[in-house]
Design a protein around this ligand. Sequence first.
Ligand SMILES: [Zn+2]
Length: 343
Amino acid sequence: MDPLLKKILDASGVSGYEKEIAGIMQQELKKSCPEVIIDNFGNVIAKKGKGKKKIMLAAHMDEVGFLVKHINKEGFIHFIKVGGIDDRILLGQRVSIRTKKGPIRGIIGAKPPHLLKDEEAKRLVKYEDMFIDIGCKSKEDAQKKVEIADPIVFDADAGNLNGDLYYGKAIDNRVGCYALIKIMEKLKVTAEVYAVATVQEEVGLKGARTSSFKIDPEFAIAIDTTVAGDTPGIRETESALKLGEGVAITIIEAAGRGVIVNEKVKELFIETAKANKIKYQIDVIEGGMTDGAIIYMNREGIHTGVLSIPTRYIHSSTGVFNLNDLESAVDLAIKVLEKVAKA
Ligand SMILES: [Zn+2]
């Protein structure tokens, strides 16, 4: 596995606390872009090339996670969720609390099944009723390690699952961040190209709003993940996207509450994929949004496309994706941008 991919997948960055991943993005984008800044909001903005047109690429670097809400008498930690996480996947997970002094290991616990009465056993345990065990005996003991409002991420341990399939936490959207670096490395066009690793996407597409206002591009591509439908329990009518079948060209998100890609832009992506024999799938999704949803409404409206990498178990402790789909996203973004710069 590419060590850079592993480093990006394992880095920490709950929405609003993206410092660690932002540092990596800044360092990596500097290798191909002469200008790289971190703005007031925390977005990493890299600029490369000269020309009449301004083009913006965006990939959010924040991840869903938690924040310490309360430390109880016995030294257990109660938490809030940041971003959309399903309570059912939380029990027993290992987490990492990112304290000022360094990471602290924690386990999300609840009452074991042996002790549950019938009615209790049938009920779904809510995150409010869970706690994080950091192995401390008392509040005082725990307070020496952890502070209220410290961010918490799922345990990081990205790796290869089998063949071209890889797993890790925060696949959404570190695969997009990795693609962003690769695109800027390879891209040679006569245009001002801005690559933005955005913050706070998972809590309302906020970094994309401020950065697209600043850049005011004529054309934009958001790179993110989308829901793969190739696991048991998902009907083909819900998602027909499959790992390894290519990058997903997203046409509509959240049944139209998110981006609705302009028909000309849609054709541009599809025609370019066909002409260059790049594997692609069409993504029409009833839930979820990307930075594209806010960029395309910037100022007077921006032609914006969305490229998504199909991902299994999105917003859980471990996602799975296919490296070839990531590569298709890089190839298609480059080919589309070459056309846009020439037009
Ligand atoms: Zn995302």
